[in-house]
Design a protein around this ligand. Structure first.
Ligand code: HEC
Ligand code: HEC
Ligand code: HEC
Ligand code: HEC
Length: 140
């Protein structure tokens, strides 16, 4: 009888330990929103990751770095660093905006996804709002 309870307690403990491990891994992800490399640890084999790698989004930072007249104004749509900057500012940090030279990330996974949003496909906002936040449909 006693052994049975002991096994039950151990099983419960193991279950809790594993759950906490999984949950804390996910908390780390939301804290480290910038890094697309972080996503690759778990999603590196997904179709979405491979599609992104060859997409224009992946080279969006390179584009402005190769455009002589580029400025901080371009970062907003061409780099994930803009969101990190705005986050820092909203926390009261007085830092200068990223420039095409200092920015490190292109339009990466975190621009469109976060694990805890509750929106389908873990998008940061509804898809109709998401794309037009940068794509202004000002063709021609
Ligand atoms: C520690 C592993 C891990 C890391 C790191 C991770 N994810 Fe996930 N992600 C998961 C798991 C597990 C699920 C839920 C199961 C599934 O749908 O694949 C998930 C689900 C998702 C989904 C929804 C998939 C669907 O089919 O609806 C998206 C989108 C996503 N993650 C994006 C990201 C992005 C972007 C990052 C980096 C900022 C990231 N994940 C980092 C493990 C991870
Ligand atoms: C943070 C801003 C931003 C968001 C949000 C965004 N894009 Fe983009 N997108 C860009 C930029 C910048 C480029 C051009 C990159 C380059 O060529 O250097 C681009 C390029 C593209 C291209 C290639 C364009 C072409 O003429 O071939 C497609 C397709 C595209 N985006 C689709 C989408 C879709 C669909 C969404 C919503 C799910 C989306 N984008 C959301 C900034 C964004
Ligand atoms: C409001 C968001 C936004 C801003 C700000 C912005 N861009 Fe873009 N840019 C885009 C999007 C979206 C695309 C891709 C869609 C398209 O082809 O029309 C793009 C495409 C481009 C392309 C063409 C890339 C290619 O592969 O053909 C160049 C070059 C470019 N942008 C340079 C710049 C420069 C330089 C700045 C700053 C002076 C800038 N952009 C500011 C959203 C923006
Ligand atoms: C410009 C916005 C945008 C970027 C950048 C982006 N995604 Fe997505 N992602 C979407 C949208 C919209 C969907 C849902 C529609 C679809 O399935 O294509 C999606 C779907 C997904 C899914 C679930 C469906 C599937 O095909 O497996 C995963 C997982 C995912 N993305 C991971 C990533 C990862 C990892 C990155 C970075 C390497 C990334 N995404 C970059 C917009 C984006």
């Amino acid at each position: 009888m006693k052994a049975k309870y002991l096994i039950l307690t151990y099983t419960l403990f193991l279950f809790l330990a594993i759950s906490i491990f999984i949950i804390s891994a996910h908390i780390n992800i939301t804290a480290d929103e910038k890094s697309g490399d972080k996503c690759a640890e778990c999603h590196g084999n997904s179709r979405a990751y491979k599609e992104w790698q060859v997409s224009d989004h992946a080279k969006s930072l390179k584009t402005i770095q190769e455009t002589p007249q580029a400025s901080s104004q371009c970062i907003k749509c061409h780099s994930a660093d803009y969101n990190s900057y705005m986050n820092a500012v909203s926390w009261g940090n007085k830092i200068s905006p990223p420039t095409p030279k200092t920015a490190k990330d292109p339009v990466n996974c975190s621009v469109c996804h976060r694990h805890d949003t509750g929106i389908k496909c873990n998008l940061v906002m509804a898809p109709d709002k998401l794309c037009i936040s940068c794509h202004k449909f000002d063709c021609g």
